[in-house]
Design a protein around this ligand. Structure first.
Ligand SMILES: Cc1cc2nc3c(=O)[nH]c(=O)nc-3n(C[C@H](O)[C@H](O)[C@H](O)COP(=O)(O)O)c2cc1C
Length: 204
């Protein structure tokens, strides 16, 4: 069982990777959150492009201290990850990978990795989390297009002790915006239901 202040709540963390508010990938995350539902849920939203998150400088401070020495808004993100039971991350596909803001946030999780494997102190709790990823691409359908971005997000989830339970990879959004695509929105809603169901199953 979980402990802490919000032990009766499902703590959801949504990390938005697009530079554009309210567009394709954002809409799909909104739908997933709608599917998870607000009953007994506490949701924290991190817009990677709006945060003051500096680049990892590879100073290796975290290898000695088990935390990041850069004092910026990433410190809040570490706390949000620590608290989360469900993590939903999204990114538009940029040059077959995640957006630069998303990558910057992920790179700073090297401190989480270091705390686990170098200092043994664990910057985030070792509790089991479940996660989902959303990635949108401008060009038409081609499954292999998402491979690099998915690998980046898979490793991110491994680092933050989050079991990836599914992904929604949507092509062609520069032609068919997801706001005009009922079936894709429905899939996102169902992904939210799945996350809630999985969370409850795991808890009991
Ligand atoms: C810098 C940049 C790089 C992009 N690279 C790709 C790409 O490699 N493959 C692709 O299919 N679409 C690419 N796109 C299109 C975006 O993936 C698409 O517009 C995006 O999924 C929209 O997401 P959003 O509406 O949530 O911002 C790129 C767009 C930008 C601005």
């Amino acid at each position: 069982m979980r402990g802490g202040i919000d032990s009766n709540m499902i703590n959801v963390l949504a990390i938005y990777g697009s530079h554009r508010r309210g567009q394709n990938s954002d809409i799909l995350v909104y739908k997933i959150l709608e599917g998870i539902g607000s009953n007994g849920t506490s949701t924290e939203r991190v817009y990677a492009s709006s945060q003051n998150i500096k680049n990892c400088t590879a100073c290796e401070g975290c290898y000695k201290l088990g935390r990041c020495v850069i004092e910026d808004e990433m410190q809040k993100v570490y706390k949000a990850i620590d608290k989360a039971d469900i993590v939903v991350s999204s990114s538009p596909l940029y040059f077959y990978s995640v957006s630069s803001h998303m990558k910057k946030l992920i790179d700073r999780c090297q401190a989480v990795w270091a705390s686990k494997y170098r200092t043994g102190s664990s910057l985030i709790s070792k509790k089991h989390r479940i996660g989902y990823i959303v990635c949108t691409a401008g060009e038409p359908e081609n499954k292999s297009r998402f491979e690099c971005a998915v690998k980046v997000l898979e490793l991110f989830y491994k680092c933050i002790n989050t079991e990836l339970i599914g992904s929604l990879l949507v092509s062609n959004v520069d032609i068919l915006h997801v706001k005009d695509s009922e079936d894709i929105q429905q899939k996102a809603l169902e992904a939210g239901h799945l996350l809630r169901k999985n969370f409850i199953l795991h808890e009991n």
